[in-house]
Design a protein. Structure first.
Length: 300
């Protein structure tokens, strides 16, 4: 069976899919909250904040925000990005850090050896006029002990200058961990912090229109009546908006119409193709007999 991933693009006059689940800085929507988050993130780096904290709901745009930052990083920073990391002990954590900074590591190296290599690397980069920034995406997965070990890294200094900065990015539970009474020392090292909220009603309409325009839309595809329903179903989470809108375009294509109305949105919800944020259900695909008949299929 042949699958055409561009199944509905020609139908709507689009040059790329506007609602994919892959974070893409080209589609970055700068709501007021996202602009604020970007400014605080940049402030944290410029001001040499020991720890910068970025939290938000799943799919709120945290990873896309990071990718935008990484695209605009200058040569004065050496970035180590650790995504979805889990560490069993401090040696394991140190291996993740050194690997992210491009260092060769050996499993048999002790923690003392690994720690010394990191300190040497930090001093070397400092002598070159460069600062090292470690970014941990989905940092809530690290757990309390690893977060405390990270805090200890901010004590590494040379000539009264801290040699490493941390950016912790994660879901709201990361903030809950840091706010524990026994995590006070870590919390006190956070000099910049921002939370990415859900999109507002106005933001949802602007967000959808923005992504369609980037994808080459020449006419209004989603009718005004759809925006409130999309906001209600997704809770204003960008990733969920993308899922719902992508299926809605697929339904409209199957019907041979050029616009998406409220009925199309409701049909997607009724067919259980989409997990609603408000219901808290996990994503599940419909059974084969429930799916609309299409000339071609598109798998998410």
């Amino acid at each position: 069976m042949n699958f055409n991933l561009n199944i509905y693009l020609d139908h709507f006059g689009l040059n790329r899919r506007p609602f994919t689940l892959v974070p893409d800085p080209d589609f970055m929507f700068w709501s007021r909250a996202h602009k604020k988050a970007k400014a605080i993130l940049e402030y944290g780096l410029i001001s040499r904040s020991p720890i910068t904290l970025v939290t938000g709901e799943v799919g709120s745009g945290k990873t896309t925000l990071l990718r935008d930052l990484l695209q605009n990083i200058g040569d004065e920073l050496l970035i180590g990005l650790i995504s979805n990391a889990t560490a069993t002990d401090r040696s394991d954590l140190m291996r993740l850090i050194l690997g992210a900074l491009g260092e060769e590591i050996r499993e048999e190296d002790s923690y003392a050896t690994l720690n010394r290599r990191l300190e040497e690397l930090l001093v070397e980069e400092y002598s070159k006029g460069r600062r090292v920034v470690l970014i941990f995406d989905e940092a809530q997965n690290l757990g309390q002990e690893s977060l405390e070990n990270l805090r200890m890294l901010t004590n590494i200094n040379f000539a009264d200058h801290e040699l490493v900065q941390l950016v912790l990015v994660g879901q709201p539970e990361l903030r809950d961990i840091i706010m524990r009474s026994d995590m006070t020392q870590l919390a006190q090292r956070i000099s910049a912090s921002v939370f990415l909220p859900r999109l507002t009603d106005v933001d949802v309409e602007t967000y959808i229109t923005h992504r369609l325009n980037i994808a080459g839309a020449q006419h209004q595809i989603f009718l005004p009546e759809t925006f409130a329903k999309i906001r209600q179903a997704t809770g204003g989470i960008p990733r969920l908006i993308n899922q719902l809108c992508d299926f809605a375009l697929l339904y409209a294509f199957e019907l041979g119409v050029q616009t998406v109305d409220e009925t199309a949105i409701q049909e997607v919800l009724d067919d259980n193709l989409f997990f609603c944020a408000g219901r808290g259900n996990p994503l599940r695909l419909v059974q084969a007999e429930q799916a609309p008949r299409l000339d071609s299929d598109e798998m998410k």
